[in-house]
Write a protein of this length. Sequence first.
Length: 363
Amino acid sequence: MKTGCDDMKKFAIGLLALALAACSSQQQPAETSETLLPPIGGKRPVFDAAAESVAISGFNGNANVQRFIDYEVQSGQFTRNELENFFGGVEYKGNIINIMNRPGTSRPWYEFRQANAGGTRVSAGRRFYAQNKGVIDAVAKSYGVPAEIIVAIVGIETNYGTNMGSFRVADSLSTLAFDYPRRAEFFQKELNEFLLMTKAEKRDVYSFKGSYAGAMGMPQFMPSSFRKYAVDYDGDGFHDIWNNVGDVAASVANYMKAHGWQTNGKMVVPVTLTINQELQGIIDEKTALTRTVADFKRLGVQPQEVVGGHEKAILYRLETSPGVYEYYLGLTNFYAVWQYNHSRMYVTAVRDIANGVSGDYRL
């Protein structure tokens, strides 16, 4: 009779064998107890919201989980035994669903800034930078991304690594993939990315910790971002975004560079304007670089710092006190950070932390 430990051990061995096989095109896949089916095309199976919840059925007894397993087996990336052994070791976390179902709240900028980019966060950023200056500066020089931006993102994401989350990522993603119908497709894809990630990293699939939504490490990468942008800066064979500041800094810088960060470019320029219906409509548009600074000047928007008319920009506003607004142009580097987190306040907070850490307010 198989025990849970036997199943978990078998899954770990299976992942390691597949990871070693993937290291060289000359190697053959490790033998398994079943034959992998040929890859399939098309979308993942549609989530059946009418199916019994995994909270009741358990994972391996759940219809949606079995459809996920069928799809993954046919994709040629895993065997059925591996996946069923994996789900046999996963724990359902109902509190995650409760967190996800909480009503959203919106805060004005003057509250958001105090909570996320105030003096305490800036002071902690200066200490973190001083403690790791050598490696962060080396990464910044290599990637062309300011050290202060790297520090600021780590600061706003996890308070410089002090709040990275304590959930097993295997539990978080499995719970959300199969008991949160609204975003089931997204989390099933991230679960697939996570399983591929753990195979490549050659580590225990249950050892990875992160947030309730599956974001990991100091920069809070989702598994798909980890696989695309995480960097093994010290070459030790592990992309350690949890504890290795070199890996963390290089991973953040790599993400920024891949999303269009321009070396020596500014992020934000304050402007003056007379608000009207047309400009308010532009502010309310989706965040995208569809206009130039010259376009905005023709509409009466006046930058308060020197900026090239050809530069792409986004017009936005922030409530600095109740009912009082300031207006800004977000440039290409603003948009690069926005792709990390789709919030204009988040991006401005990153800029403010970075400027506070550097002390010269150049961004």
